[in-house]
Every structure is written in structure tokens, then in C-alpha cells.
Design a protein around this ligand. Sequence first.
Ligand code: KDO
Length: 326
Amino acid sequence: SLLQASLAGAAVAGFGLSSARAQADKPLLRMSAPLTPTDQRAIGLEKHFGPAVAGFATYQPHYNATLFKQGTELEAIARGNLEMSITSAQELATLIPAWSIFTAGYLLRDAEHQKKVFASDLMDGLKKTTEDKLGVKLLSVMYLGRRQLNLRSEKEIKTPEDLAGMKLRMPNSEAWLFLGKALGANPLPMAFTEIYTALQTGAIDGQDNPLPTDKDSKFYEVTKQIVLTSHLVDQNYLAFSKKVWDKFTPDQQATLQKAADAAAEAARQAQLKLEDDLVDFFKQQGLKVYAPDVAAFRKKVQADYLTSKFAKDWPAGLVDKINAIQ
Ligand code: KDO
């Protein structure tokens, strides 16, 4: 039995070695982002991206911003320290100002509009600049959902004026803080991973995220209401290192692209379904969920963006062309 045990050990060691070698031969695609492993985008990638590329690459997700802090991922890719991330227009805008057009509240209408705009030739210039300047390829647009206000207090919110003085957590970037201000609140920058505790302790009065995120990260446990402003049809992008991309064969690149689109589509459908279903869930949890005077929010937010310093960096005529996409 000693011999048997050592043979079994050898077999296990042998297997372990060869599979480790097989893995080592394949490029490792580390993905770092603040999202949780139960976020629909994470699930979409694990189901549809990882397995589809497994023949020639190893997809390795790192959740909850454990590998890179929120907002530092693009630079990590640019420097060759990271292969993939899920990034945002707000983060891209810190490096390439023209991206700020997609940080504007009440511009994109819905998930379908968002997808069509990303696929349209209107995006060619921005995508190319991002590849040339940052070495980042944006493979797919990932629908995060319509951002809604999620507050600790029960005070009824009808118009932007009702948010005066409220400490509203926003992600840490100029474009995000501008949005918080445009909504009428007092924006406070904070990483995604710190929101729950900040809501619990009262360090902030509220935060904004789509309903699926409020559920997934359990923000409903520490807040009293959700105000359906739908102020931003939020989009993230699946970001991929151009340097790593260029090492793959055209066939492999086609597989990567197809897998990215399949993951994004699955996640989009799942998020949309959750957005439909979750209003009831939050009400059952005792939260107030209602629509404010959305027209009042839209009017102020759109006016603030069009007269902002950001708008000076937007390609001429692009807002109209985005609006014209049906
Ligand atoms: C957030 O920090 O509120 C945000 O929703 C911003 C998004 O751009 C994105 O980074 C998202 O967090 C994370 O993917 C976590 O869901």
C-alpha cells in the first residue's frame, strides 16, 4: 500500500505538473475591476468568455478591486501590468477628455441605444485614440443599468433642489463629481468597495447605482429609499490590452471578440430583467421606491452638461448624431 500511495502521489504530481505547464503556455488574461463575483457582468464573463477562449488563453478574474484599485486599471493596462478590466467613460475621460461626452446625464436613452451607439462608426475615432494613446482596446459595451438615487433618509425627493446639501457618494473622478453636482447634491468621492460601510455609519447620505447593483451589494440593507431618476444609462466597457491582443492570431482574436460580445449580451439581458423585477423586491424590503419629477432633473442636468467645460472637448456635432441613432 505504501507503493500504491507513492504511485498515486506520482500520478497526481505528474498530472499537476503537466496541467500547470499547459496553463503556463497559455497567456494569462487577468481581469481586475471593483465588481463583485455575483455581478451579472462577472457571471456573463465567467460563463461566456472564459470557456470560449480556454483553448488558447486563461481568463482569470480578480473581483472587488483586489488586484488594482478602482480607477487605476487603465494605467495598469497601459503599462503592461494588467490584461483586462471593465472600465467606464468616466475613467477614460480622465486620460482622454473627449470621452466625457458619455459621462453626460440623460444622453443615452436605454440599453439598446447604448449598444447601437457603441457599434456605430461614431465611435471609431474615440476607439482608435484609446488604442493609440493608452494601448487599450474596448471590445464590448457592458450595460450596467440606469443609475438611481439610493438614500438613507426618507425625505421625499421631487426635484434637484430637494437634494441640496445631501452628501451623495460618487465614484472618484471629475466627471462623476460633476454629475453629482448637476443632480443638485453635494458629491463626495469614494471607492465602490467603501459604500456599504459609509451608508451604514452615515458618512454619506446616499449613493447612486443601478437597481441590480443596489441588490447585489446589499445597499438596500442600509438605506430607506430609491428615487427613480434614471439619470445615467450607465455603460462600462470590456477593456483589453492591445499589446496582448496583437499577440493572438486573427482566428483567436475573432474568438475573443465573439466571446466578449456574448458575455456582454448575456449580462445586458440579465441586468434588464433584474431592473424590471427589483422594484418589488426593494418594496418588500421596506424601501420607498418612486419616480421624482424626472423632467426637472433632465432639464437641469442636460443644461449643466451643455454649458460645462467638458462640452468643449466633445467632437462637433456628436451629441446630435448620438441623439439621431434610433
Ligand atoms: C460605482 O463605483 O458606483 C460604479 O457603479 C461605477 C461603474 O463605472 C463601475 O466601475 C462599477 O462601479 C463597478 O463595476 C462595480 O459595479
